[in-house]
Design a protein around this ligand. Structure first.
Ligand SMILES: [Zn+2]
Ligand SMILES: [Zn+2]
Length: 356
């Protein structure tokens, strides 16, 4: 089968930005095409013939070494959806031909206190799809049925389902962690793949909430207005009203300071990101306790996703008719998609279309 493989950590070459690390090579083609055998299922595994796989900012973190894959080479991609093409003899949940997908959670121990409370996202043995195990930038991938998801019948076009598997599920988790209530104000910092789905979830669940979107990208702000934002501005702008909840998906630190400045008393900032980039870390020295933290403001991070998040969210997605804005690439254009993502080109979700 064809796959796009990461063989060494490198920096993706971008337009007009200085190289961040001297010790890694700069590449325009970080992933290499390879022909490798189709994976065989273990007793509890399914093999998915991948139709489409979403492209995520986390892949940039992996390629550039902010999240080190435990083994190289590795096939990236944690938003694969497709059709079950093979399965192990103990598989109960799936049959050949079922529509199936995977999220960032590839496996966990299923025994620890966190796994027993449906918080497998916090398991010490948490393994990630396309990081600890080969992912969906390939024609086929293997995963245990316990961690794979059935795609609801009415989500028929898999191109539009792929971005739901990370941007949608982790967006759903981040919104859940804000403990958002209807009628309150929420600030969305950054308006990429996740937040263009989160705003649709807010429209669906909290019709009286006000949504303030902060992005440095003019096209993202326009998309936010089209999707129902009540106000749009730059990351450094002051919101027209205090915000009760905020979600930050940007890779920079200054967002935290500005979001905390806009936050209402008792407000909560949720940071939906695995790693922040190092470049502007000094910005944290501007943190002013009375202005940014006092009066019971909270900061919470989102770590991974649980199997339950995936199940819950796919159920919600099937009901609410969520529609990602999708930009398609062929599998062998994965490098182009990743470079454009790093350069902040275009809005919505990038998807590799792998098979019909
Ligand atoms: Zn992701
Ligand atoms: Zn566990």
């Amino acid at each position: 089968m064809k796959a796009m493989v990461l063989k060494e950590i490198c920096e993706i070459k971008t337009e007009g930005r200085a190289q961040q690390k001297k010790e890694v090579p700069v590449k325009t083609e970080p992933l290499e095409p390879e022909n490798i055998p189709i994976p065989k299922p273990g007793p509890k595994d399914i093999v998915i013939k991948v139709s489409a796989c979403g492209v995520c900012r986390t892949e940039l973190d992996q390629i550039e070494g902010r999240i080190l894959p435990p083994k190289l080479p590795i096939i990236l991609g944690h938003q694969p959806v497709g059709t079950v093409s093979n399965l192990g003899e103990k598989v109960k949940k799936f049959k050949i031909g079922d529509k199936a997908g995977a999220t960032w959670i590839f496996s966990s121990c299923r025994q620890c206190e966190f796994c027993c409370k449906e918080q497998d996202n916090l398991c010490d043995e948490f393994k990630a799809t396309g990081c600890h195990a080969d992912g969906g930038y390939a024609e086929y991938m293997r995963i245990s049925e316990d961690f794979a998801h059935k795609i609801p019948d009415n989500l028929t076009d898999l191109i539009y389902v792929a971005p739901l598997m990370c941007s949608g599920v982790v967006g759903y988790r981040s919104l859940k962690l804000t403990q958002m209530e209807d009628g309150k104000n929420i600030g969305l910092y950054g308006f990429g793949s996740a937040h263009h789905l989160v705003i649709q979830m807010i429209n669906y669940k909290f019709s009286n909430a006000k949504k303030f979107v902060f992005s440095r990208n003019v096209d993202e702000r326009k998309l936010a207005v089209r999707l129902g934002a009540d106000w749009v501005g730059d990351i450094e702008d002051t919101a027209p009203e205090k915000i009760d909840f905020a979600i930050d998906t940007t890779p920079v630190w200054k967002t935290m300071i500005f979001a905390l400045g806009n936050l209402n008393k008792g407000g909560r900032l949720v940071i939906n990101l695995i790693r922040k980039e190092e470049a502007d870390k000094d910005y944290l020295l501007k943190l002013d306790y009375p202005k940014h933290l006092w009066l019971e403001k909270e900061i919470k991070t989102v770590a991974n996703v649980s199997v339950k998040d995936g199940e819950e969210f796919l159920g919600v997605a099937a009901k609410m008719k969520i529609k990602p804005k999708v930009q398609l690439y062929e599998l062998n254009e994965a490098n182009k998609a990743l470079t454009e993502l790093k350069n902040g080109k275009s809005t919505g979700s990038k998807v590799l279309k792998i098979a019909d």
